[in-house]
Design a protein around this ligand. Structure first.
Ligand code: SAM
Length: 209
């Protein structure tokens, strides 16, 4: 298997010792987009928050102090990421302020309107049927809740060999807006902002409220 494809697969589903290293790397490389996306969620102290694809658990850690009267739940398919995120948030889990689940985006194990805010950083690439996942998000988000996606833009990612089409689906602002519209979100609810990160990386920060 070509090395680039193997890296793409680890980002999609970190496994084994390479998955442990991938998680450690993601914690560092994805720090800025995670900070920006958490800010864009406009978290209130009582918020009930869900993160999709928490990876090493960095954003969960950022959100806990902002929700003293709420809670943060997360789902990820990777057992290795569940372990890393749990270790990073051990105290909050003990206090029952964080719950982490090994689960799939396509079938969220939560009742309708369970959350005030939903975060999805660097995960939209892996939604084989993006409108279907977004409809599932719409189901578990309370009416009037807020949802934020960060994705590195197609113009940047098409130069990254590990982000091939076997593992990653790439987005520009128009494609991301279209997927949100196809999931049933109104155009007036959607804002997609282009952001510039270090080393010329271009990102998209989409909020729906
Ligand atoms: C590139 S990592 C991003 C992690 C973190 N959000 C960050 O920005 O550092 C993508 C994460 O999504 C998870 N993931 C990918 N596809 C998934 C699916 N269908 N269901 C649940 N989790 C999934 C992977 O296990 C991985 O931890």
């Amino acid at each position: 298997m070509p090395i680039w494809h193997a890296i793409g697969q680890q980002l999609q589903n970190p496994r084994g010792i390479l998955g442990v290293l991938t998680g450690m790397l993601m914690r560092v490389v994805n720090a800025t987009p995670n900070h920006m996306a958490v800010e864009a969620l406009e978290i209130e102290p009582r918020d009930r928050i869900l993160e999709l694809g928490f990876g090493p658990g960095h954003a969960i850690r950022l959100m806990v102090p902002k929700t003293p009267a709420g809670f943060v739940y997360g789902i990820d398919q990777s057992a290795v990421m569940l372990q890393q995120a749990a270790a990073r948030n051990r105290a909050a889990i003990r206090e029952n302020r964080v719950r982490l689940y090994q689960a799939q985006f396509e079938n969220l194990p939560f009742a309708d309107a369970s959350f005030d805010k939903i975060l999805a950083v660097n995960v939209v690439y892996f939604w084989a049927d993006a409108p279907a996942v977004m409809r599932e998000i719409r189901r578990v988000l309370r009416p009037g809740g807020r949802f934020c996606i960060y994705a590195t833009e197609r113009a940047t990612m098409r130069n990254w060999k590990f982000a091939g089409s076997q593992t990653h689906r790439l987005y520009d602002a128009a494609a991301l807006t279209l997927a949100l519209r196809q999931a049933g979100f109104e155009g007036s609810q959607i804002s997609v902002r282009k952001i510039r990160l270090a080393a010329g990386v271009q990102g998209l920060l989409a909020t729906v409220s």
